[in-house]
Write a protein that binds this ligand. Sequence first.
Ligand code: DP6
Length: 326
Amino acid sequence: MKKTARAPANIAFVKYWGKSNESLRLPLNSSISMNLSGAYTTTTVEFSSRYSSDNVTLIGEELAESEKQRVVRHIDVIRRKAGIRTPARVMSRNNFPKGTGAAASASGFAALTVAAAVASGLTLTEKELTILARIGSGSACRSVPDGFVLWQAGNTSEDSYAYSLYPESYWDLRDVLVIVERRKKEISSTAGMSNVRSSPFFQSRIDGIAHKIESLKKALEKRDFPTFGSIIEEDCLNMHAVMMTQSPPIFYWSGATLDIVHAVHAWRGEGLPVSFTIDAGPNVHLICEGRNQEEVVRRATLVDGVKDIIVNKPSVGVRIMKEHLF
Ligand code: DP6
C-alpha cells in the first residue's frame, strides 16, 4: 500500500477564479491550461497499520499546520472512498519554490491524489482521478491528463472534470517562467477567490468566458499564436482586474511584474511574438513558440529585478513512479 506519483504544475490560459461550491471546489467557469515540464511535485503515500497517526512532510520546507490538515482532509476523502481507516505517511518534494504562483497546490494535490488513490487500492479512470484531485485543489484536476487540458466547469461533482485536448507534443509552446519574488504569497488562491463576487467586474468576466474558451480552442486547433496570445493576456488582465477590485482588493503584482508587462508589449512592437500570463502571485509566465525561446530568455534576463528563469515545455500529466521518497 505504498505508491509514488509525479505531477506537473500547470499554467492556465483561461483561468479559474471563483467557486460555485466551496467544499466540492466546483468552479464558476471552465478553464484551459498546459502542463509544465520544469515544475513538478513527487509524492509518496503509504497506508500502514505500523503508523499510529497520519504524518505529512515536504522535503526541504516547513509545512504550516493548516496545510498539513488540508492534506489529511484530502487523504480522508480517499480513505472513505476506498473503505479503509489505515493511517498514512505522506512525503513530497517540489523541484520549484513554493508559494511563487508556480502552482504548487496543483502539482501537489494531483500527485497526492493519484499516489493515495492507487496506494489505497482504488482503481479509478483518469476522469475519476481528475474529479478527486479537484476536491483537493481545483487547478490540480488539470495536472492529471496530458499536455493541453480543459477543465469543464460542470454543475455537479461528476461533471466537473478535466480532459486532454491535445498531447504535449501537439504544439511546441514554451512557458518562460520569470521569477521576480521567491517569498510565499500572502493570500492563498482559496482565500482570495472566496471574495470574488465583491468585484463589480466579476459577472462581466464570467459572462465572457464561454466565448473565450471557444476562441482559445480554435486558436489551439490552428496553432494560431497571435490570436492565442491575445486571448491569454486578455483573460489574465481580466482576472487581475477582478482581484484588484474585490473587497478587500488583492494586488498580487510587484513593481517588477509591471516592468515585465511593459517590456512584453515593447518586444511585441519590435516583432517578437510573445505573450504573458500571471497567476496568484508576482511571477510572470512568458508564453512563446519554441523557435523564439532563446530570444525571450535573453531579453527577460536583462530586465531589472529578475531573480530566476525556469523554461518549461508542454508536459505529460501525472505518472506513477517506481522509486519512492522513503
Ligand atoms: C490564479 O486551484 O490554487 O492559479 O481550488 O482553492 O485550491 P483552490 O485554488 P487554486 O486556484 C488557482 C487560481 C489561479 C488560476 C488558475 O490556475 O486557473
